[in-house]
Design a protein around this ligand. Structure first.
Ligand SMILES: [Cu+2]
Length: 255
């Protein structure tokens, strides 16, 4: 009898711990609905916002940045490298496009670099309660892996901020914003907010049948990662609204 009770207690405690741990630390983080795909295949994907800020926050806006490929950080097998994106991806540039959807967030726009390439997007004017999910739909173009590269996969690292309150950067906290960025030393590393150095990613796997690894590569090939630079994150994370009378920064607020 005692043994039985003890067993069921531990099972319940374990189940509770698992549920809490999973729901707060893994399942509910802001991630992509489809975290991996195959080279050469275009897909529709979603940024999935799993929860709002703190215990009771409401997400009113979100800002998303993709690496622009210009000064992006390129890691090979987990180590920093001096490689450029062109050495591993044959067609980088304008790979992403927001799919218009104003169902939850009433306003949105793409972010462009100087060449007109989409380097991110934002949504705003929404109200997502803490116990809901929200999906931000976008198209991920067909990424092609450079045939001369040893990359067997290319992981694209995103920088995302889910905003509950529009504040200056100095007021970022668990109650005002969830920052899902790579910690590369930008103003948006989000120390002390939810999700430090826990970015959403999209991994493009090499099509080994049609684009086999060239000779001289290791059998497994290289795991390449493309991460937006601190300079790009600082430039592209703010939500800048283009209006008839010019541009206006909506988030973050000036000090
Ligand atoms: Cu989370």
């Amino acid at each position: 009898m005692l043994t039985k009770q003890f067993k069921s207690f531990t099972h319940t405690a374990l189940a509770t711990a698992l549920l809490l741990g999973l729901s707060q630390n893994v399942l509910s983080h802001t991630r992509l609905e489809i975290p991996a795909g195959t080279e050469g295949v275009r897909i529709t994907n979603n940024v999935v916002i799993g929860h709002s800020c703190g215990e009771t926050g409401t997400t009113i806006a979100s800002s998303v940045v993709f690496p622009d490929g210009v000064d992006s950080i390129v890691n090979v097998n987990g180590a920093a490298s001096s490689d450029t994106i062109d050495m591993h991806v044959a067609n980088w540039g304008n790979n992403f496009q927001k799919v218009l959807d104003t169902g939850v967030f009433k306003a949105e726009d793409e972010k462009n670099d100087a060449n007109g390439n989409v380097v991110g997007f934002y949504v705003k004017d929404g109200k997502m309660p803490n116990h809901y999910n929200a999906y931000l739909k976008f198209r991920a173009g067909a990424v092609l892996i450079e045939p001369t590269s040893c990359a067997s996969s290319v992981k694209i690292v995103l920088a995302i901020a889910d905003i509950c309150k529009v504040t200056p950067i100095s007021r970022f906290s668990e109650e005002t914003v969830n920052v899902w960025t790579p910690a590369v030393g930008s103003d948006y590393d989000g120390v002390g907010t939810g999700g430090y150095n826990s970015p959403a990613t999209y991994t493009v796997n090499r099509d080994l049948v049609n684009n086999p690894l060239p000779e001289g590569c290791s059998e497994a090939g290289d795991a390449v990662e493309i991460i937006p630079s601190a300079a790009q994150i600082n430039r592209d994370m703010p939500i800048v609204v283009k209006g008839k009378r010019g541009e206006k920064v909506y988030w973050p607020k000036n000090q």
